[in-house]
Design a protein around this ligand. Structure first.
Ligand code: GLN
Length: 481
């Protein structure tokens, strides 16, 4: 049984009767049991998955209507709610929280007969980019377990890369789908803001974050979008995508498309191997008939500062509910007055969440908001204007996904600012609401490099066409598991 197949191949093979969902899921479980002690992609595994797959096989045999996933094992970042399952956000605060309802993406995948193989590890409440801020220990990079897999959806990227599932869902507030996809050599997609419902995604900075697929191929992203994208009455920020079919015409190519090279994301600070991979990708895009030209997006240099100011503010507000009165864990109120009780409850937050909550209380506060929060909002709107202008001239933009290679576990953990700066190439898509994708492009010293493409809002289909075209030019070694 070959686990190294794409989502589309899985569906085809089950439909053709070459494999059964049960055998595939059983084999996937074996893989999890053999590699996950080392890689720690999962926080919990669905021990009932094989039985669920068996039921789908039965439906297929008896000729009943079967959903588009045909029992495909999918992993889910542990900040999305699956009814009656734990959703911990990799935090001690929610260690025993059981979701009372399904997120919209989960409902949609259930309707299509997907099997949720497990909940994946992440930075606590999605704050971080290495998975080292998980309260339950870091995930490891399958390409070299001494290195971080990226984050915050690190567990999701690891699980796809190490064949512990066929596809995964992560969330991307400032790069958390694209960064680990780049570090683990898989595909990561951040859609146009509003394309995928956030109902049932535990909020970190809801004005900019999106759920996004992590897959082995660009076509698999399109397949997943066909299932999970679209308007949702439970999330009034969702947009009506008119049931767009993202797979149809994905191989249309990029002949004549204009692509802007974002020079501000390719500065001296970028690792030379990342830079040369990006230049190589640009010449491949030209070879495919695209016209590439440099463009400067001035606000990029302020984007990280603006991003952390805005996200900390939203986090400060969103995470206020973990006061042990509404959400939290159990301890006696005996001996505490109101404020000290809540302070005590918040000791369950780890160091990064605590840092963000403190910043989030300070930057929007009276007397400081003008200097920090309001300025950050100005950067956000100027950056958006700049990109809107850029997309009048270009169909797409290109840059490295992450300016550096994966780093060693522990290397940056005590230097939060150097960690924040790693987000320089990803936060622009979030602050502006534009879609962006990372595709595997190269391997340097055994470590993966991803290339990022951006498109204008609601041009997700065009973005996937371009990413697919570039993907066809890439041939990479297999992950050395
Ligand atoms: N590294 C960023 C942060 O810590 C991005 C996280 C994310 O996209 N969830 O906020």
């Amino acid at each position: 049984m070959n686990l190294k197949i794409s989502a589309l191949e899985f569906v085809q093979q089950v439909q053709d009767g070459n494999i059964s969902a049960e055998d595939f899921v059983a084999k996937t479980m074996e893989q999890i049991h053999s590699v996950d002690e080392k890689l720690h992609a999962f926080l919990s595994v669905n021990e009932n998955a094989i039985n669920q797959a068996r039921l789908i096989d039965k439906k297929i045999k008896s000729g009943d209507k079967v959903g588009a996933c045909f029992g495909m094992p999918i992993s889910i970042k542990d900040n999305m709610c699956i009814k009656n399952e734990k959703t911990t956000c990799a935090s001690k605060m929610l260690e025993n929280f059981i979701s009372p309802y399904d997120a919209t993406v989960i409902t949609k995948l259930k309707q299509q007969d997907a099997i949720f193989i497990g909940k994946t590890n992440m930075d606590e409440f999605a704050m971080g980019l290495s998975t080292e801020f998980s309260a339950f220990g870091p995930s490891r990079n399958p390409w070299n377990p001494e290195y971080v897999p990226g984050g915050s959806s690190g567990g999701s990227a690891v699980s796809v890369s190490a064949f512990e599932c066929v596809a995964s869902l992560g969330s991307d507030t400032g790069g958390s789908v694209r960064n680990p996809a780049s570090f683990c050599s898989v595909v990561g997609y951040k859609p146009t803001y509003g394309l995928i419902s956030r109902y049932g995604l535990i909020s970190y900075a809801n004005s900019i974050e999106q759920i996004g697929p992590i897959t082995r191929t660009v076509k698999d992203v399109a397949f997943m979008l066909n299932i999970i994208a679209g308007i949702d009455p439970n999330d009034n920020t969702t947009i009506d995508n008119k049931n767009e079919d993202y797979l149809s015409g994905i191989d249309s190519g990029i002949e004549g498309k204009k692509i802007g090279i974002i020079t501000d994301m390719m500065t001296d600070g970028v690792d030379p191997s990342v830079l040369s991979a990006t230049k190589d990708a640009i010449s491949k895009l030209e070879g495919l008939g695209a016209i590439c030209e440099e463009i400067s997006i001035e606000m990029v240099k302020y984007s990280v500062a603006a991003y952390y100011t805005i996200t900390a503010t939203e986090a400060g507000s969103n995470l206020a509910r973990y006061d042990n009165l509404r959400y939290g864990y159990d301890f006696s109120v005996e001996g505490y007055e109101f404020n000290s009780y809540i302070s005590k409850a918040r000791e369950k937050f780890g160091p990064e969440v605590t840092r963000r909550m403190i910043i989030g209380g300070f930057v929007p506060s009276a007397g400081h908001a003008g200097k920090y929060f309001l300025k950050a909002l100005k950067v956000k709107s100027k950056l958006t204007k700049e990109l809107d202008e850029a997309f009048k001239k270009f169909d797409l933009l290109v840059a490295p996904t992450v300016p550096i290679l994966p780093f060693k576990i522990g290397e940056k953990i005590n230097d939060p600012v150097s960690l924040f700066l790693v987000d320089i190439n990803t936060v622009t898509a979030n602050l502006t609401g534009k879609p962006a994708i990372s595709i595997p492009y190269s391997i340097s010293n055994g470590l993966p490099i991803g290339i990022q493409l951006f498109a204008d809002s609601n041009q997700d289909k065009l973005l996937l066409q371009a990413a697919y075209a570039l993907e066809q030019t890439v041939k990479l070694p297999e992950v050395p598991l």
